[in-house]
Design a protein around this ligand. Structure first.
Ligand code: FES
Ligand code: FES
Length: 158
């Protein structure tokens, strides 16, 4: 018998309520139930970071989190971050600097960067450290680090 639970949380600024299987991952709930396919799934083992979303403002692996664990939280996916323009500068800088190629890792990278940039002046080493849980097969990481560093500097500019 499948065990289900009622959950309610705030997703991209909107209330969401659902009855979910106890073992359903948040990533699958977002992608398959809610059709928010901007959150990507790579390894499904917490290694690659493609599935990162923000939960209560902190980046979190949605492949390691159960949908029931989202109950009562505030979740932001790439769709919500984009719609609110919260990371428009990061997205523009990623595009300008070729920090995305196939784009598969990009939503997770941006979620990680969004959290990191709450810290106003990360060093290059801190940016690399923050990104160490996000795999990219295409870019070699330099352009991604450059883009995040540039946005950090621009946000600090008077
Ligand atoms: S799909 Fe979640 S960390 Fe790889
Ligand atoms: S841009 Fe292709 S995996 Fe990062």
């Amino acid at each position: 018998m499948t065990e289900t639970h009622a959950i309610s949380f705030t997703l991209n600024g909107q209330p969401v309520s659902a009855e979910v299987d106890a073992r359903l991952h948040l990533a699958d709930f977002l992608r398959h139930t809610l059709k928010l396919t901007g959150t990507h799934i790579g390894c499904e083992h917490g290694v690659c970071g493609a599935c990162n979303v923000l939960v209560d403002g902190r980046s979190a692996r949605s492949c390691l989190m159960l949908a029931v664990q989202a109950d009562g939280t505030t979740v932001e996916t790439i769709e919500g971050l984009t719609a609110r323009g919260k990371i428009a500068d990061l997205q523009a800088e990623f595009a300008a600097r070729n920090a995305l190629q196939c784009g598969y890792c990009t939503p997770g990278m941006l979620a990680t960067a969004a959290e990191l940039l709450e810290h106003p002046a990360p060093t290059r080493e801190e940016i690399r450290d923050a990104l160490s849980g996000n795999y990219c097969r295409c870019t070699g990481y330099h352009a991604i680090v450059d883009a995040i560093e540039a946005v950090a500097q621009k946000r600090r500019a008077p």
